[in-house]
Design a protein around this ligand. Structure first.
Ligand code: FBP
Length: 280
């Protein structure tokens, strides 16, 4: 596991450089979800693939940017699902973006994820690693990731990050989001899952939601690359992650690119989500 963490750290330093120097242009290629990829996405994908494919314990890599997963080493024991540059369209307006990694054994199911990690490229580069029940924060300082602290959520926060097109929200979902605002919660939503969830984790709690909507009943965020990794981080930090009714880590995707509605938060907010969605 240590070698995987080191490979992720090396990738993160290379990606940070790529973000800093790269011209932002659109390539002709489309990713498996049919979106036009930024050249930067492709570059970040290649960087991570290169670093992780040198690690002997890696069996398979699956990238958000590629339709199919890739066998690296048949004797390896870990499968890694990653989103090389989540929220990449935010780079051209200079907002924070991130890379997300889920480390699995046997298959890409929530139950078989054993570690997860994300990197935030903001004014500073930070890395969060969840393993063996702990969530650790590291800060990039002069070429090294220095341990900062463990992350623990409070029982209740005060931030509300509601994703999805509001016009397409179900009325009960809107009511629930409004109920948090009426209770004094403050809006914090940049459109980048990594910085938005990082903020909730570091400020002690709150709710990030990306629900099923009339145009996207299964939500937008991908289980293997986005939802499961953050679910493990929220659970280990003392919070929870559900799809409205059930724990997202109990889900089994049919395909590596499947999506799911998702809610991440501290316990108080997640209980409210459950109460709301149980009635549906
Ligand atoms: P991409 O996979 O297209 O980068 O989308 C992921 C994402 O940008 C998340 O980081 C973010 O939480 C969400 O989409 C924002 O979606 P929306 O703009 O619909 O609120």
């Amino acid at each position: 596991m240590q070698e995987i963490l080191v490979a992720i750290q090396k990738s993160a330093m290379r990606i940070k450089k790529a973000i800093d120097v790269k011209d932002i242009g659109y390539s002709q290629e489309q990713n498996s979800s049919g979106e036009t990829q930024l050249q930067l996405d492709i570059q970040c994908d290649l960087i991570i693939e290169e670093e992780l494919s040198h690690v002997a314990s890696v069996h398979t890599l699956a990238s958000e940017e590629k339709e199919e997963s890739m066998l690296i080493n048949k004797d390896g024991k870990y499968l890694i699902g990653f989103d090389p540059l989540d929220g990449s369209s935010l780079v051209d307006v200079n907002l924070s973006v991130g890379s997300i990694f889920g480390i699995y054994k046997n298959d890409f199911t929530g139950a078989n994820m054993i570690a997860s990690c994300y990197v935030v490229y903001g004014p500073r580069v930070e890395l969060v690693f969840a393993y063996e029940g702990k969530v650790k924060l590291y800060l990039l300082q002069a070429g090294d990731f220095e341990f900062v602290k463990e992350i623990h959520l409070k029982e209740k926060g005060n931030l509300n990050a509601p994703g999805g097109t509001q016009q397409n929200w179900e009325p009960y979902h809107k009511e629930m989001v409004d109920s948090f605002f009426q209770e004094g919660y403050r809006l914090r939503y940049s459109g980048g899952m990594v910085p938005d969830l990082h903020q909730i984790l570091l400020k002690g709690g709150g709710l990030f939601s990306y629900p099923g909507t009339s145009d996207r009943p299964e939500g937008k965020l991908r289980q293997v690359f986005e939802v499961f990794p953050f679910a493990m981080i929220f659970e280990f930090a003392g919070g929870a992650a559900i799809d409205g009714k059930m724990r997202v880590l109990d889900q089994t995707p049919k395909h590596v690119h499947d999506t799911s509605p998702c809610f991440f938060g501290s316990n108080y907010e997640i209980e409210r989500v459950k109460t709301t969605y149980e009635r549906v």
